[in-house]
Design a protein around this ligand. Sequence first.
Ligand SMILES: [Zn+2]
Length: 112
Amino acid sequence: MIQFGFNPAPKPSYRRRKPTTKMRGRISSEVYNKAMVRSGGRCERCGSVEGLQCAHLIRRWKIDGETTVNDVAMLCGPSVNSGTCHNWIDYTAAGREWAAEFRQQLYDQDKE
Ligand SMILES: [Zn+2]
């Protein structure tokens, strides 16, 4: 006689040692809100209030652990439109440099 037992595949009990890039790149609502307060609701580069987006200052895969408020900036967007600051930091060398410096300043301010 064949018995059809309920044999669910065991769920993995281990925890991932390293969060995935997607997890690391996730901007929590807390981080978003902090960035919004810091920016005063304006683009942190040019001061525009148009199409603000919470932009990563660093490539997601370079982030250790979770995205913090120091890894992001409120920038005018959308990132797909050239001429916006979000587009600038994502797609130009000068923009990436600015983003890296801006991020460093944020971390330095935290230490004080
Ligand atoms: Zn801007």
